[in-house]
Design a protein around this ligand. Structure first.
Ligand SMILES: *[C@@H]1O[C@H](CO)[C@@H](O)[C@H](O)[C@H]1NC(C)=O
Ligand SMILES: *[C@@H]1O[C@H](CO)[C@@H](O)[C@H](O)[C@H]1NC(C)=O
Ligand SMILES: *[C@@H]1O[C@H](CO)[C@@H](O)[C@H](O)[C@H]1NC(C)=O
Ligand SMILES: *[C@@H]1O[C@H](CO)[C@@H](O)[C@H](O)[C@H]1NC(C)=O
Ligand SMILES: *[C@@H]1O[C@H](CO)[C@@H](O)[C@H](O)[C@H]1NC(C)=O
Ligand SMILES: *[C@@H]1O[C@H](CO)[C@@H](O)[C@H](O)[C@H]1NC(C)=O
Ligand SMILES: *[C@@H]1O[C@H](CO)[C@@H](O)[C@H](O)[C@H]1NC(C)=O
Ligand SMILES: *[C@@H]1O[C@H](CO)[C@@H](O)[C@H](O)[C@H]1NC(C)=O
Ligand SMILES: *[C@@H]1O[C@H](CO)[C@@H](O)[C@H](O)[C@H]1NC(C)=O
Length: 375
């Protein structure tokens, strides 16, 4: 599993040297993360078209006992990490990039970072033609950026380069596009935003099989983020509520990771839809230099890295997300307003149906932000 791009030997002369060395990289407390964690996801698919699903068995998603918001205390300075492997994406060049994507606007309202796989041409097109159609929306400035890794298939690579020439919205990092490399993809998104797209108010991470109700986003969540800092809103897994998988399987967490612990000791997000205030993106990226690589992306990207930088407030918006696409469809096509900010929409045609249904349902908002032709 371990992909060792570079090994930063941090066994320097103590924390002072470490902080001095990393001064250009990170200005934050260093805390030891000797323990690693994993998550349970409802479903996942990737590159080769296969699909993985995991039982959420003991996980309580309602988490009635948990507070809706959790603030992680600022990390306390401890010992530096001794020896670890770091994500390959930290320094490797982009295989496909469009450095000027965010530059034409001085300020963006939001940027969607879409985790996609190399051969998901249809899903990317469905997004470009529906909620991610930047030509359909006015009075808003946003971008949709697709992140993927390497493919061994030369034909697919050629098609990706063509797709990038046509749309200019593809970012390809130097790691094989696979399940156990999803953390690389996420670190790549943090890096890319830091380098090329920091002029945004809000970062929305979303998987390529999700429908995003841009009307609820603009109406309800964008104002929240207008003045927010250090804020993550998502399908929250409160600290200590998600069991660590120890059974022999693809998702098995080695006994040496989170030794003697049965549940994850940090809050983290299910990664299918995550809102992140842009002020912490660069810090999250920098924190990946100090956080040992761990393949479970949700825990690493939305748990360990926020814990590392400290003082991040998590708010659960699980009630406004659905992973059940029939429920989502019924809601958007129903008679009363639909609260869902995002819905799973993997079935053929669902992205389009939800989009046109939402256009009708949220006509009042749409009139302000959608081009006349679509109304
Ligand atoms: C780093 O943080 C310290 C303490 O918060 C602060 O005094 C210092 O100015 C910061 N340095 C930079 C380069 O931001
Ligand atoms: C939206 O943009 C149009 C021009 O495309 C402008 O006439 C209108 O005033 C704008 N509406 C709002 C609410 O900003
Ligand atoms: C390049 O992409 C465009 C737009 O998606 C498509 O129409 C065209 O067939 C593609 N060409 C190749 C060689 O894949
Ligand atoms: C992750 O990507 C690296 C670099 O391309 C590759 O060597 C490694 O095999 C990949 N890991 C998995 C689990 O696919
Ligand atoms: C956001 O902050 C500005 C200045 O700090 C303040 O004037 C404004 O009322 C705030 N808006 C909201 C919605 O809190
Ligand atoms: C883990 O549990 C074993 C046996 O219960 C105990 O001997 C060991 O000290 C524990 N290790 C840690 C790190 O708590
Ligand atoms: C934590 O973040 C809030 C803003 O969300 C800020 O006002 C506060 O000073 C921060 N505290 C520390 C210890 O960094
Ligand atoms: C869910 O969405 C509704 C409608 O947009 C909103 O009023 C409510 O505050 C949201 N709840 C959360 C927890 O975000
Ligand atoms: C929606 O409204 C129509 C007409 O007002 C009504 O016939 C229909 O039964 C309603 N459907 C639901 C699910 O409430």
């Amino acid at each position: 599993m371990a992909v060792i791009g570079r090994r930063l030997l941090l066994s320097l002369c103590g924390l002072t040297a470490l902080v001095v060395m990393l001064d250009h990289i990170v200005n934050m407390s260093v805390v030891e993360t000797s323990k690693l964690i994993t998550s349970h996801r409802e479903w996942r698919d990737y590159g080769d078209g296969s699909r993985y699903s995991v039982q959420l068995s003991a996980v309580t998603t309602s988490s009635s006992s948990a507070k809706p918001s959790t603030t992680i205390p600022t990390a306390v300075t401890q010992k530096p990490v001794k020896k670890t492997s770091y994500p390959l994406t930290l320094t490797s060049p982009y295989l496909i990039n469009n450095p000027s994507m965010c530059k034409s606007d001085s300020k963006l309202n939001f940027v969607f970072i879409v985790h996609t796989s190399t051969d998901h041409f249809n899903r990317r097109n469905a997004i470009r033609q529906t909620w991610g159609n930047i030509r359909a929306l006015r009075n808003l400035s946003f971008r949709v950026v697709f992140f993927l890794g390497l493919t061994k298939n030369k034909k697919i690579q050629t098609m990706l380069e063509n797709e990038s020439t046509v749309y200019g919205d593809i970012i390809q990092g130097q790691f094989m596009d696979s399940y156990h490399n999803l953390t690389h993809k996420g670190v790549l998104t943090y890096r890319w935003i830091s380098e090329f797209c920091s002029n945004t108010e809000l970062v929305v991470k979303v998987d390529d099989d999700m429908f995003v109700n841009i009307f609820n986003l603009v109406d309800h969540y964008l104002p929240i983020y207008r003045n927010a800092s250090r804020k993550i809103m998502c399908h929250l897994r409160p600290q200590g509520t998600s069991p660590i998988m120890r059974e022999k399987s693809k998702w098995q967490v080695h006994v040496d990771q989170f030794k003697n612990i049965t549940h994850y000791p940090v809050p983290y997000c299910n990664g299918y839809f995550v809102l992140i205030s842009s002020d912490i993106i660069r810090q999250l990226y920098r924190a990946s230099y100090l956080t040992p690589f761990f393949w479970v992306d949700d825990v690493y990207l939305y748990g360990l890295l926020p814990q590392k930088i400290g003082n991040v407030t998590f708010t659960s918006i699980t009630v406004n997300l659905t992973l059940h696409q029939e429920t989502g469809m019924k809601c958007y096509t129903g008679n009363t307003t639909c609260k869902y900010l995002a819905s799973y929409a993997e079935k053929q045609g669902y992205m389009e149906s939800m989009w046109f249904a939402a256009l009708r349902m949220f006509k009042n908002i749409a009139e302000k932000i959608v081009v006349k032709e679509l109304l």
